[in-house]
Design a protein around this ligand. Sequence first.
Ligand SMILES: Nc1ncnc2c1ncn2[C@@H]1O[C@H](COP(=O)(O)OP(=O)(O)O)[C@@H](O)[C@H]1O
Ligand SMILES: [Mg+2]
Length: 312
Amino acid sequence: MSHPMIELRRLHRFFGTTRAVNDVSFEVQRGEVFGFIGPNGAGKTTSMRILATLELPTYGDAFVDGFSCINDPDRVRRRLGFMPDYFGTYTDVNCYEYLDFFARSYGLAGRQRHQALQHTMGFTKLDELAHKPIRGLSKGMKQRLCLGRAMIHDPAVLILDEPANGLDPRARIELREMIRELAANGKSVLVSSHILTELAEMCDRVGIIERGQLLAVGTVEEIQHEQQPHREVKVRVLGGAEGARAWLVGRSDVNDVTLVGEELKFSHQGDRDSEVVLLREMILAGFRVAEFASHSQSLEDVFMAVTKGIVQ
Ligand SMILES: Nc1ncnc2c1ncn2[C@@H]1O[C@H](COP(=O)(O)OP(=O)(O)O)[C@@H](O)[C@H]1O
Ligand SMILES: [Mg+2]
């Protein structure tokens, strides 16, 4: 088993009495996109800045490709690209000059630098904007340029702080596709947002953080199931709905049964597999089931349930 590409190990960062990061641990594997989700002030940026070696932890450590952010910051920097949540003031240069400057800062020269620039501008679809001054770029173009800057030295790990913030839906979809492609190419990506739905589709796993503490980690489905182990089911039975109601009430995995006309509504304790078993049992019991539909909590409900909306 190979080592994780990103690891936070009992990370703490206090500012005076503010516990910005308060004992956070998680790992991100090679080729994995991990979503770091939490309300404003939760400690996302502070954790990411520690990974980017811009800040030191009060206690604990963070590792990139096995190297400590405290003891080996140079090796960490070579393996990591950081996209901060603000854009510096480089208004008078064009996109090419901007990326070229950062390529040189990473020590890239000659053919290698030329290739890095070609690849990055192609990947972020900036080729046509190469000679456009930065001050004339839209928010979405600036974000692509920022991503380009973070990936110019071909790092194995990318740390993206709220990259979707302020983007229109189209730019957001493009960003999602770029992040998925980076992961498909073996990069490990840590991406933050204060909106769960914004990241749910692009992340393999997410961690929900609030007030410096990680409240839940896993796939969105796992977290959803933990928060709400029951699902709402709607069944339409042709004839004999009253009998079906009595049959459901008698089951220990079913609660809150209501019957309106032919339609029965209830909450079922269990996952989607046990739901299939329930449906089969209903049919075997002789009920003429014409419709069977279920749904779990929305992602926003899950997020609201996990965090209590407390901002420090
Ligand atoms: N340099 C700093 N000095 C003092 N407090 C800070 C500093 N940086 C962050 N904080 C505080 O730490 C907490 C976490 O902030 P931050 O990591 O930026 O959260 P997020 O990125 O999740 O919105 C906030 O309460 C913030 O005010
Ligand atoms: Mg932040």
